[in-house]
Ligand binder design. Structure first.
Ligand SMILES: NC(=O)C1=CN([C@@H]2O[C@H](COP(=O)(O)OP(=O)(O)OC[C@H]3O[C@@H](n4cnc5c(N)ncnc54)[C@H](OP(=O)(O)O)[C@@H]3O)[C@@H](O)[C@H]2O)C=CC1
Ligand SMILES: O=C1O[C@H](COP(=O)(O)O)[C@@H](O)[C@H](O)[C@H]1O
Length: 483
């Protein structure tokens, strides 16, 4: 059921400015939210409704693409907004917040876009002010903790007021169009699923590379690092979607049941295998997009052992994936911004072209999430000609460019879909508690393995593909990273 109030904590933050307000505006401009949906923002800043609308207007001016700016839609969107100042770390301000929110009988969705240490007091405050009733659901921005224990603590605090079916944990990668297309590719087509296993697939690579550095998130990032910031959530969700069994239906329980089975089947990387199955790095000075950039420690202003790059060789220990490595790689200040899933199929069992000189390469599938969205299957074809000197076979792409195939359909940013699902109450693309905890369990073992082996990040030049050890991680298996 679509709710009629959205209460946004962290309404003055960076995420609200860059993503949440522009997404809500887009839903409004496209007529996708109810005419009577009210959006109440709250944060510490001492603003009134008018000042918050000015704040929101400035954010939209800055972050909306030019073609989306429409004066009429902007004015009517701003009318939906109101604001209540609140220090969420103490209970005092919550009664005033409840007054501001007013009648919630038509349902309220709450979104916590604040640091996780505020979740517990926020939830206590909401509960004490009567803002956690049966017709209220809550969305939680990541990070949900820094390890399994802290994640459990947060989840317990949330569960004290909101049952699991009313708790929506965000992983914005699940809102990305191509991520859902991966499900369509696997489960809406006959031809891939029979090969989608250890018989057909040699290995899988998942790369999420960024060109940016700290981007003003110094305080948060140095306490997190790439493993907890990116692998624990986005990359493991991508891995789970690639590796899961077909769910019985595209429904929240069925999909999440299958994902959690994969996450629980991940082979532990621990003290014995951390050094052989993972590599960490930290960028030093180098160049990004042709410009000289400082190293991480210089950006931070002090030396640090936080990893800005991680590469992992993972295994899913079940029948389907027996012996198939999943190589994961993510980092900041890499050469390109590129998120992709690369599926390397196995070689054909016997080549009829060998005696004619035809050289074969195994099929590959590249599922590109960003910057552009496309799915490409590399297949073998014969070069045109009379083949007098022998047959020449060449790898050619079968492209499914989503941008071209669906030209005219606007590409939505992930938060548009996720905020709409939160307001309408569809949890399919949100992460269930057991998934988050399985993810943390696996990540904690890796971190313990690093500590036990005294592993610290190896330096890589900004603008490179990470430390050379990351190349060696795959080359040892005769595998080259797909750049
Ligand atoms: N920015 C991003 O790209 C991403 C952010 N996240 C996560 O989302 C969350 C929000 O991030 P971001 O917007 O960047 O953070 P910011 O630091 O930019 O904003 C924090 C928000 O929380 C509010 N706040 C801080 N303390 C209190 C308090 N005691 N009581 C009430 N409100 C408070 C701030 O209000 P005020 O400024 O008025 O004090 C502000 O609105 C974080 O957990 C972050 O890790 C996750 C993925 C990406
Ligand atoms: O959650 C996070 O994701 C972003 C990358 O998101 P993308 O949609 O731009 O790929 C990352 O920069 C940030 O460090 C992390 O917290």
């Amino acid at each position: 059921m679509a709710f009629e109030t959205l209460l946004l904590f962290g309404a003055t933050g960076d995420l609200a400015r860059r993503m949440l307000l522009p997404s809500l505006y887009a839903l409004h401009a496209d007529g996708l939210v109810a005419a009577h949906l009210r959006i109440v923002g709250t944060a510490r800043s001492d603003l009134d409704d008018g000042a918050y609308r000015d704040f929101a207007r400035a954010a939209l001016e800055e972050f909306l693409p030019e073609e989306r700016k429409d004066a009429g839609a902007l004015a009517s969107f701003l009318e939906r907004l109101s604001y209540q100042p609140l220090d969420a770390s103490t209970p005092e301000g919550f009664p005033a917040l409840a007054d501001k929110v007013g009648d919630t009988s038509k349902g309220m969705a709450i979104f916590l876009s604040t640091a996780p240490f505020l979740f517990e007091p926020t939830i206590a405050g909401l509960k004490s002010a009567g803002l956690a009733g049966d017709n209220v659901r809550i969305g939680l921005e990541k990070p949900l903790g820094t390890d399994l224990a802290s994640s459990r603590e947060i989840n317990d605090a949330v569960a004290a007021a909101f049952p699991e079916e009313r708790t929506f944990r965000i992983d914005h990668y699940l809102g990305k169009e191509t991520v859902q297309n991966l499900l369509a590719l696997r489960f809406a087509n006959m031809m891939f699923e029979p090969l989608w296993n250890a018989n057909g697939i040699d290995h899988v690579q998942i790369t999420v590379s960024e060109t940016v550095g700290l981007e003003g998130r110094v305080g948060f990032y140095d306490g997190a690092g790439a493993l907890r910031d990116m692998v624990q959530n986005h990359m493991l969700q991508l891995l789970a979607l690639v590796a899961m069994e077909p769910p019985a239906s595209f429904d929240a329980t069925a999909v999440r049941d299958e994902k959690v089975k994969v996450l629980r089947s991940l082979r532990r990387i621990d003290a014995d295998s951390a050094a052989t199955h993972s590599v960490t790095g930290q960028y030093g000075a180098g160049a990004s997009k042709g410009e000289a950039v400082p190293g991480y420690a210089d950006e931070l202003g002090k030396p640090s052992d936080t990893e800005t790059f991680v590469a992992i060789k993972a295994h899913v220990d079940n029948w389907r994936w027996h012996g198939v490595p999943f190589y994961l790689r993510t980092g900041k200040r890499l050469p390109t911004r590129q998120s992709e899933i690369f599926i390397q199929f196995k070689n054909i069992p016997h080549s009829i072209f060998a005696k004619k000189g035809g050289k074969l390469q195994a099929n590959k599938m590249i599922i590109r999430l960003q910057p552009e969205e496309n799915i490409r299957l590399q297949v073998m074809a014969k070069e045109p000609g009379l083949d007098r000197g022998g047959i020449v076979l060449r790898e050619v792409p079968l492209d499914l460019s989503l941008t071209h195939a669906f030209a005219g359909a606007r590409r939505r940013i992930a938060y548009e879909r996720l905020l709409l699902d939160l307001i309408e109450g569809d949890p399919t693309l949100f992460v269930r508690r057991d998934e988050v905890e399985a993810q943390w369990d696996w990540i904690d073992a890796i971190r313990a393995g690093w500590a036990a082996n005294g592993m610290t990040p190896k330096t890589y030049g900004a603008g490179s593909w990470g430390p050379s050890a990351a190349i060696a991680l795959t080359e040892r298996d005769g595998v080259t990273w797909h750049d």
